[in-house]
Design a protein around this ligand. Structure first.
Ligand SMILES: Cc1ncc(COP(=O)(O)O)c(C=O)c1O
Length: 464
């Protein structure tokens, strides 16, 4: 029968038990919209139940993204459901709060403009922020080349093992991506590698504060110094964009002595994900430029049809405002001390897990949670002799609900498979003790059991 044939059925449905309703007695439509409406409480409950098939976000140790929010965030998110970030004339206070967040980040990252209005904006995440940062680099390089009467048709961007957003930027915006291979024993780009990749067509170098694959920081200050030397020798003035998707909210609190931000004159722009260690709910990233002149004016559009005259530089137009408000709430609610305590707790838990993993026997730590992101990254010491692969271990842990990804390292190190556990706000010491116990049990089981077919080796893991 059609979902609801008559008003009478619908009326009875609303009054009856959710699981005795007409809708709950059917398979839900998957290809065609129903002919008529249904009671919201029935539909909601059915969808709620379907969503239980998703993984449990709190056990997702593959993601850097926020999986826990306090009640204040939840209330503000609900209140801001109808606020459109782009509509700065209708929602001037939301726009004002976005500008305050940009100022706060510029100050946190030691921008020279930190006492005046900083240049930057919110985005949907680090990926969009990276696109904007990359575009500004490309535009400025092209202006310089044209002004000098030189060809400007073959831009390249130099980087180490970047997240896929930079591969997207390069392909979408027609820039050659020169990805420097990972050296043996390295967790990211090493400064001495740059000279072989940078040339007059390099629009910039991306340095990563918190490499997605290994969780370690790339040495931004040394990368900037290597570019100083290249400039002295070759005359090419190559700016640095720091992809601080995760580290932008960790380093200022846990590693204030690591010089990676606008304290380095060569750092032109920085992006971060508000929805990672910024602790905001999913859907917000940030980009800040060192000074206003580094964002070329012809990338900024003036929009007047929403009322007022609004400058905008973004890939999206409409976008929810709640995440930005929640970010500001978190800045006020936690302050620097609160962020420091949250990140410290995560780092301590990561160190604890690193000790547990090291003591299990078959693993070698690649990153032990010290000095960069609150995370642990390890590999099998002797994959051939282990009797199991890290993919097998991921599968076993998944049986208990844990999502612990296994994946090959990028570029030249693709033969090394690693496993990574991310510790973020809401992942407790007790949870990690339970995970360690499950890991020990899984390893014992896999060592005792015959090795499964090698087809599983070829799977690629996922990483945010
Ligand atoms: C270094 C780095 N850059 C960019 C991104 C993309 O960030 P987002 O998911 O906020 O778009 C990630 C995601 O994990 C990342 O680790």
């Amino acid at each position: 029968m059609a979902l609801h044939e008559t008003r009478g059925v619908r009326a009875r449905d609303a009054a009856t038990d959710v699981f005795a309703s007409a809708l709950s007695g059917q398979v839900l439509p998957k290809h065609r919209m129903p002919d008529d409406h249904s009671p919201s409480e029935v539909v909601r409950e059915l969808l709620h139940n379907e969503l239980l098939l998703d993984g449990n976000a709190a056990q997702n140790l593959a993601t850097f993204c926020t999986t826990w929010s306090d009640d204040g965030v939840r209330r503000l998110m609900a209140e801001c459901l109808d606020k459109n970030m782009i509509d700065k004339d209708e929602y001037p206070q939301t726009a004002e709060i976005e500008a305050r967040c940009v100022n706060i980040l510029a100050d946190l990252w030691n921008a020279p403009t930190s006492t005046t209005a900083a240049t930057g904006c919110s985005t949907t995440g680090s990926s969009e922020a990276a696109m904007l940062g990359g575009l500004a680099l490309k535009w400025r390089w092209r202006e310089r080349r044209r002004a000098a009467g030189l060809p400007a048709d073959r831009p390249n961007l130099v980087c180490g093992p970047v997240q896929v957003c930079w591969e997207k930027f390069a392909r979408y915006f027609d820039v050659e991506l020169r990805q420097v291979p990972l050296e043996s024993g390295a967790t990211g780009l090493r400064p001495h590698q740059l000279a072989a990749y940078v040339d007059e067509n390099t629009i910039g170098v991306v340095a990563i504060l918190g490499v997605t694959y290994t969780c370690d920081y790339e040495p931004v200050a040394e990368i900037a110094a290597a570019l100083d030397r290249i400039q002295a020798e070759q005359g090419w003035d190559v700016p640095v964009h720091v992809d601080a998707a995760s580290g932008g909210f960790v380093a200022p609190f846990l590693h204030p002595d690591v010089v990676w931000d606008f304290r380095l004159p060569r750092v032109a722009s920085v992006n971060t994900s508000g929805h990672k260690y910024g602790l905001a709910p999913l859907g917000v990233g940030w980009i800040v430029w060192r000074t206003a002149d580094l964002l070329p004016a012809d990338l900024v559009f003036d929009v007047d049809y929403l009322g007022g005259d609004m400058p905008t530089f973004a890939l999206n137009f409409s976008r929810p405002g709640g995440q930005v408000i929640a970010q500001y709430y978190l800045f006020l609610r936690l302050g620097r001390g609160g962020y420091r305590r949250v990140q410290r707790a995560c780092a301590d838990t990561a160190r604890h897990l690193a000790g547990e993993v090291a003591a299990m026997g078959p693993f070698t730590l690649l990153y032990d949670g010290e000095g960069a992101l609150p995370a642990v990254c390890y590999t099998l010491t002797d994959p051939a002799a282990a009797g199991f692969s890290l993919y097998d271990l991921s599968d076993r842990l998944r049986m208990r609900g844990w999502q612990v990804p296994s994946y090959p390292l990028p570029a030249d190190r693709g033969d090394t498979v690693v496993q990574r556990v991310l510790i973020r706000h809401g992942v407790t010491r007790d949870q990690i003790a339970l995970l360690a116990e499950d890991m020990r049990r899984a390893v014992a089981h896999l060592e005792a059991a015959p090795r499964p077919a090698p087809a599983t080796e070829a799977r690629s893991g996922f990483h945010h």
